[in-house]
Design a protein around this ligand. Structure first.
Ligand code: ADE
Length: 333
């Protein structure tokens, strides 16, 4: 069950299908309305001036559509997109290869940009600032700088941890946007759109049932939709209704708040082992056998949003709502 809800994880099925699911323009992109309105202006203005778009930093919890948005930006700007993962750029020559393969107007998307090695960050500064690549060649007494001109490009950086970027790198992004969790209504519209892409029909009530369990996260909503759709296909049912959806969700063991096994163990540990807290994150992580980073970046933002926990200077505490969640036993059958 944890696999089904982990917004960090993208399996092959998803990577492939994401390409057809992705909206191709701002108009089709559902939610993040303020950000979209601003991007429309920045993109429109850059195009009118015949310039590349300023560099864009997108941050926020995983699964909210940072990569999708990079595709949309590339499409709207009429450029190609090149996707790389921060940790995969290890040496200056790796970055040099990538940058020198770009054409004017291209979008370079660096995911997990907070995990770029410091030395790479430093080379990136000048590439971002004046589209020139400065490399040290030779050794010791022979060492010298060479500069290579680059075509004008737009860097779109994505991160779940903006605080981990060095400030010189952060400062070189002219456009900085935080993606927020989607509302239930937005997720319901995304589910309906996904159903249309898959040529299925789904009742509003059924789309809503999926939306309330999706942690405000399109990646999770689409994943749950695909499993519910399996139940529909198996039953040779063309329309996804609430009865089929309720039954599927029960079989998938997805609770009413969209909490998974890790969330439940996290909350139960605070309540039962630490008398409701406060308890330090490290202690909590080792108690339930999960990674600190994973809890901090993936699980806690949503538990905080739901008001099930609070962060205090002395540690994490479970709120009354968390106690109620367990007493009422919302996640049981
Ligand atoms: N699929 C995933 N995220 C989406 C979004 N924000 N709008 C439309 N379709 C999506």
């Amino acid at each position: 069950m944890a696999r089904l809800l982990d917004p960090n994880e993208q399996n092959n099925e998803e990577v492939e299908l994401d390409q057809t699911l992705r909206p191709s323009c701002l108009e089709e992109y559902i939610g993040q309305e303020d950000m979209k309105a601003n991007l429309k202006v920045f993109i429109g203005a850059a195009k009118k001036r015949n310039e590349t778009l300023d560099h864009v930093l997108l941050y926020g919890p995983p699964g909210l559509g940072k990569t999708t948005l990079a595709y949309v930006i590339a499409n709207e700007m009429g450029g190609h997109i090149r996707l790389v993962n921060g940790p995969s750029i290890e040496k200056p020559s790796d970055l040099a290869m990538i940058l020198s393969s770009l054409s004017a107007g291209d979008i370079l998307f660096i995911d997990e940009i907070h995990r770029l090695p410091r030395i790479i960050e430093e080379i990136l500064y000048s590439a971002m600032e004046d589209f020139s690549l400065t490399l040290v060649v030779g050794h010791d007494d022979d060492a010298r700088n060479i500069s290579i001109d680059l075509p004008p490009f737009t860097l779109v950086g994505a991160t779940t941890k903006p605080g981990d970027l060095s400030s010189p790198l952060r400062d070189r992004f002219g456009i900085v946007n935080r993606l927020d969790y989607y509302t239930e209504d937005e997720i319901r519209r995304i589910v309906k759109r996904t159903a249309r892409v898959y040529e299925m029909s789904i009742d509003d009530e059924a789309a809503n049932a999926i939306a309330i369990r999706s942690r405000g996260t399109p990646r999770i909503a689409n994943r749950i939709f695909r499993r519910v759709r399996d139940f529909a296909s198996y039953a040779e049912q063309k329309n996804i209704d609430i009865a089929l959806t309720d039954d599927a969700l029960k079989k998938l063991k997805i609770d009413d708040l969209g909490l998974d096994d890790v969330d439940n163990r996290y909350l139960e540990a605070i309540i039962n082992r630490f008398a409701g807290g406060p308890v330090g994150l490290e202690t909590l992580a080792s108690t339930i056998g999960e990674e600190i980073n994973n809890l901090e970046e993936v699980y806690e933002p949503y538990l905080l949003k739901l008001g099930l926990i609070n962060k205090t200077p002395r540690g994490r505490v479970a709120t009354e709502k968390a106690y109620r969640h367990f007493r009422v036993g919302l996640y049981h059958d």
